[in-house]
Design a protein. Structure first.
Ligand SMILES: Cc1cc2nc3c(=O)[nH]c(=O)nc-3n(C[C@H](O)[C@H](O)[C@H](O)COP(=O)(O)OP(=O)(O)OC[C@H]3O[C@@H](n4cnc5c(N)ncnc54)[C@H](O)[C@@H]3O)c2cc1C
Length: 375
């Protein structure tokens, strides 16, 4: 489908921001491990933090297909920023889709980027088996009192609000609810950020909940509906991760191709050797296929049709492609690919995380295979 004039302009604006605001900062922020809050504010002011949500709520009312292309451009410049936009967009979902009238009053600040969100599902004892989570919220009078530990939380310690998936009932998925809490709530204790392989400007952190007391009306949706909300958010979020993977992989193809045109060995450009040229051809083809899969799933979502299996396929394929393509990009650069003078070693480190977050690629295979074997 051809982009609308509005989408075309939006993608142009995103490219300008990627070149003008992201590219000049990425190396320094990644090296120093500094969280780019100001850059995210700039993106918020440009309308990029609430793209797929309705204008009536303070979003931009863009089709998911367009939002994913914006993420792709951002990821090609700075993955931590694209991932931050994706996680923030995911974090706005519970209130945008299931929030009460009072909760929805915060949406313009969330979607405008004044309030940064975090999505707290994983725990130290359980990431893949999310339905087994143990963080508990107990009703005491007019409050919920939350106790437990969440792990690997992107924007942990940086976020203004936390979506907390916690147990309010018995075992299993049906005992889980979603509570949204202000980050400054006493008893919400972000821990020291993790020392990560990539995404060093935005490392995740554990969040300890030590009797954190939040008002009863912070429950999002009905009691016991938290797991369903979490999974709905992840279906859409996985497409965001696929878009990050496509953007990262495309950047690696472009960089490696540029290098192969310039680098001379045996008296000619290395790209003229079939071994290198065919590697580039395979890289470019895989990226195109990943993009096509991602956009096909997004179009299903935009049409209001079931898309979760297609989203799982897109996440699985695109992130595996990003890992392969960034590995091959290092090979094309030879020794130069192994040092931080070129961005390909960073892209390689960053690609790895995309195979893990929002459901590992084994979990995506589980989702896809179950749809085939159980119908
Ligand atoms: C940088 C980063 C950011 C993150 N951000 C967030 C966030 O913002 N919010 C959040 O809630 N979580 C976040 N996560 C957590 C992430 O979603 C989990 O790491 C992921 O879901 C895997 O869980 P786990 O690490 O506990 O691994 P485990 O569940 O312990 O899995 C370990 C291995 O076993 C495999 N495995 C597990 N079960 C099965 C099975 N049934 N079949 C086949 N293989 C299986 C997995 O695929 C994996 O290879 C983040 C993680 C990272 C690294």
């Amino acid at each position: 489908m051809l982009p609308s004039d509005e989408a075309y302009e939006l993608l142009g604006l995103t490219r300008e921001l990627a070149d003008g605001e992201l590219a000049p900062r990425v190396a320094r922020f990644e090296q120093q491990g500094e969280f780019p809050r100001e850059v995210l504010r700039t993106l918020g002011r440009a309308g990029l933090l609430g793209l797929p949500y309705p204008e009536a709520d303070g979003g931009s009312g863009q089709p998911y297909e367009v939002y994913l292309q914006v993420l792709e451009v951002l990821a090609g410049s700075w993955l931590a920023i694209a991932e931050a936009v994706s996680v923030h967009t995911l974090s706005c979902f519970p209130i945008a889709a299931h929030g009460s009238e009072r909760q929805r009053k915060s949406l313009p600040d969330m979607l405008g980027g004044d309030l940064l969100g975090a999505y707290c599902l994983s725990e130290p004892q359980g990431g893949s088996d999310a339905a087994a989570l143990t963080t508990r919220a107990v009703r005491e009078g007019e409050d919920w009192v939350i106790t437990g530990t969440k792990a690997w939380i992107t924007h942990g310690g940086q976020a203004d609000f936390y979506n907390i998936f916690c147990r309010t009932g018995g075992t299993g998925a049906a005992g889980i609810s979603c509570v949204v809490a202000d980050a400054v709530t006493p008893g919400i204790l972000p821990q020291v950020p993790e020392r990560t392989m990539g995404l060093r400007s935005s490392p995740p952190a554990q969040i300890v909940f030590e009797g954190a007391r939040v008002p009863a009306d912070c429950l999002v949706g009905e009691e016991g509906s938290g797991f369903r909300i979490a999974m709905q958010a992840l279906d859409a979020g996985r497409l965001g991760i696929a878009a990050c993977a496509v953007g990262l992989a495309q950047a690696a193809v472009d960089y490696a191709a540029g290098y192969a045109r310039e680098r001379q060995q045996f008296g000619r450009a290395i790209g003229e050797f079939q071994g290198v040229g065919f590697m580039l051809a395979d890289m470019a083809t895989q990226v195109s296929a990943a993009r096509a899969l991602m956009l096909a799933a997004a179009r299903l979502k935009d049409a209001g049709r079931p898309f979760s299996i297609e989203a799982a396929k897109a996440k699985l394929f695109a992130t595996d492609v990003a890992m392969r393509v960034t590995t091959d990009a290092i090979q094309v650069l030879g020794g130069a690919g192994y040092v931080s003078d070129h961005p390909v070693e960073r892209w390689f480190r960053e690609a790895k995380v995309l195979q893990i977050v929002e459901g590992t690629n084994q979990i995506q295979r589980l989702v896809i295979s179950r749809s085939l074997t159980r119908g």
